[in-house]
Design a protein around this ligand. Structure first.
Ligand code: FES
Length: 166
């Protein structure tokens, strides 16, 4: 059964305590972030049920939020998740080409993960960095003004880091 480590549980309780009694549901979004980080980068039904039990809300209330936001993964993902923005300004600056290039380079479709478990490709809506279009988010970092050459360099960098961190 999913269970937070003592350290993560303390963090979760600290977040819940920021809200008035009975309003612990307000902590749902940050608690889901912690859960996703703690349980392998994605939210299983079991994890979402666990979060619901901690916040004393119905599981459906957790599912509604987790399925609405693209930052939550509802199935296992790779070590590096490429979230490529496909909204207007990024599209006008070539995000379609970037997405196609990543697909062909990694041999996966949007929503898929490479067989080696390193990369997942997602498309997302505006990430608020339109002035740096086309762009994508990888973990906590934005990669901007993407070109095919930059994508090559980013993939190389991730592969190198994956080897170093193993
Ligand atoms: S349209 Fe891509 S960051 Fe806003």
């Amino acid at each position: 059964m999913a269970q937070f480590s003592a350290e993560k549980l303390a963090k979760v309780n600290e977040i819940i305590a920021r809200y008035p009694q009975g309003k612990q549901k307000s902590a749902l979004i940050p608690v889901l972030h912690i859960a996703q980080e703690e349980f392998g980068g994605w939210l299983s039904a079991e994890t979402m049920d666990y979060v619901a039990s901690i916040l004393k809300i119905e599981p459906i209330e957790v599912y509604e939020v987790a399925t609405f936001y693209s930052m939550y993964n509802l199935k296992p993902v790779g070590k590096y998740v490429f979230e490529v923005c496909q909204t207007g300004p990024c599209m006008l600056n070539g995000s379609d080409d970037i997405i196609e290039y990543i697909k062909s380079k990694l041999g996966i479709k949007v929503g898929e993960t490479t067989a080696d478990g390193l990369f997942t490709l997602k498309t997302v809506e505006c990430l608020g960095a339109c002035g740096y279009a086309p762009m994508m988010q990888i973990g906590k970092h934005y990669r901007e003004h993407l070109t095919k050459q930059k994508v090559d360099a980013i993939i190389d960098e991730c592969e190198r880091n994956a080897v170093t961190n193993n």
